[in-house]
Design a protein around this ligand. Structure first.
Ligand code: 4AD
Ligand code: MG
Length: 482
């Protein structure tokens, strides 16, 4: 018989009333040797287990502590406690595995809130806390909603390679790949192994974006998207950057920039709406935490709205669409700029926007998500379509409050001669990318796409502030321990 989760029991409690049932989980708390709060990860809620201690072996009960893993057989009864539908009167309790409680007690295991820094160092504990349980359930729901959105819109899910010869962004921030087969060598020769051996017969790296391959797929399948791990050797130790993150990249034949912006807006709203509808318990918990965090800040730095309110507001308003040129004017004329409050002053058309500028536009000036478009060609990637002005490209970035850039995309340069010239100007290897150029030779069409950083969206919907806290195993400079 399929095992019942705590969530099954709490949600379907009527059908279980007065039945014997087996449940599994970990002890969150064991109060007065009588009440076990049991959690199995299926929901943020705990199931209360009532233990009549006279009916159990004393030694067994002594072995049950916070963190213990248990199998419990008991009867489901109505609960007297506030906020709980049912509880279980334990009839049989089995301790499933070791729990070195003293060791844990000495370090950090206490039923109180742990610092996020500490939790990042404790692989076994992180997933057992309410906070990370909520974050990773929400992350899973976000991923599901992404697939659902594209599936409903007749997109095909394409898997682009992780190992590639292409530097899709032309930024040179890649991890290289070398083949290594130690088992072919005698032990004493392994130290002398040649790490540069050439498995693919060419230089390869971990992908920085699946876009170029997705473009080739879109040229036959029409509407495609990728959703996979992405690697960037940017040495930026910020709360918004990871060396390994997950990117969602739709690519659509026959779409122009405006279609692309519409798609991005619909997409973000769909996923956020899905989370609001399907993650209510976890969001309620995260909302409360968010408010507590805000209340610890000086009044002027506090968010004006709660987490759930913030998500609902994103759904209710149309994103503000602003050209780069308009944005630069707003920034140049802002009080912040004139009073020298920006770390990077905005002095002329053509400068790249820093996250402080993006956040000014979103949080102070427009007070809603903003889509910036038509950026100077010099500050954007080689594949973006040159506009008729000859100065700007059909790029778009979606900027979110508290996050800055959440999506980057563009209409692609579909004219072979213009693309080739652009690649040469920007020093992008046209021979390496012959297969990409071929798509512009044989039935080229206007097309557009974008990339969403999954973790940045999860940051937004969970109200967290450090990207390391929304990915199960973070990879950042000097950090790949587990
Ligand atoms: O703006 P980016 O670099 O765009 C591309 O890679 C395009 N090829 C996408 C496309 O058009 N198909 O990255 C897209 C998004 C960013 O907006 C950001 O959300 C996220 O990916 N991102 C990162 N997230 C976490 N850590 C990093 N180091 C990131 N770099 C980009
Ligand atoms: Mg970008």
């Amino acid at each position: 018989m399929e095992k019942k989760t705590v969530r099954d029991i709490l949600e379907g409690y009527k059908k279980f009333l007065h039945h014997d049932i087996t449940v599994y989980g970990w002890v969150r708390a064991f109060r007065s040797n009588r009440f076990i709060a049991l959690n199995d990860g299926s929901t943020i809620k705990n199931l209360q287990i009532v233990v009549e201690f006279s009916e159990f072996d004393e030694q067994l009960l002594k072995n049950i502590n916070t963190g213990s893993s248990l199998k419990i057989l008991g009867e489901v009864v109505e609960s007297q406690g506030a906020g709980q539908t049912v509880e279980i009167i334990a009839k049989k309790i089995i301790v499933l595995g070791d729990n070195h409680f003293e060791e844990l007690q000495k370090t950090i295991l206490q039923p109180k809130r742990h610092s996020l820094e500490k939790l990042r160092e404790e692989a076994h504990l992180r997933f057992r806390t309410n906070l990370f349980g909520a974050i990773f359930r929400v992350r899973s729901a976000v991923s599901f909603a992404i697939h659902e959105f594209f599936n409903k819109k007749q997109f095909f899910y394409i898997n682009t390679p992780i190992i590639t010869g292409a530097d899709a962004e032309g930024a040179g921030e890649m991890f290289s790949v070398t083949a290594l087969n130690l088992s072919d060598l005698p032990k004493d020769a392994q130290g002398a192994v040649d790490f540069t051996q050439d498995f693919f017969g060419k230089k390869t790296n971990l992908t920085v974006s699946g876009q170029l391959e997705a473009e080739t797929a879109a040229m036959g399948l029409g509407r495609v998207y990728t959703f996979g791990p992405t690697f960037r050797a940017e040495n930026s130790n910020t709360t918004r950057h990871l060396a390994e993150f997950w990117m969602v990249e739709p690519e659509v034949a026959f779409n122009n920039l405006e279609d692309n912006i519409d798609l991005a807006e619909d997409f973000l709203k769909y996923v956020i709406g899905y989370v609001l509808e399907n993650c209510k318990d976890d969001l309620a918990f995260l909302d409360e935490r968010f408010t507590q965090e805000q209340n610890q800040k000086p009044e002027k730095d506090r968010a004006k709205e709660g987490l759930i309110e913030k998500l609902e507001n994103v759904l209710s308003k149309r994103f503000k669409r602003v050209s780069y040129t308009e944005a630069i004017e707003i920034l140049m004329n802002s009080k912040e700029n004139k009073k020298g409050k920006f770390q990077f002053p905005v002095e002329n058309w053509g400068t790249d926007l820093q996250s402080e500028h993006e956040r000014y536009l979103v949080e102070k000036h427009f007070e809603c998500p903003v889509v910036l478009f038509d950026y100077p060609k010099e500050i954007k990637a080689f594949y973006m379509r040159l506009n008729d002005d000859g100065k700007t490209v059909a790029a778009m970035d979606v900027l979110f409050p508290g996050i800055g850039e959440i999506i980057g995309g563009s209409q692609r340069e579909d004219r072979l001669s213009v693309l080739k010239a652009k690649m040469e100007q920007m020093d992008v290897d046209t021979e390496e990318l012959w297969w990409y150029l071929d798509t512009r030779k044989f039935g080229s069409v206007p097309h557009a796409g974008f990339g969403l950083g999954l973790e940045r969206l999860v940051l937004f919907v969970t109200g967290m502030t450090n990207i390391r806290d929304v990915i199960p195993f973070a990879r950042t400079p000097k950090n790949a321990e587990f």
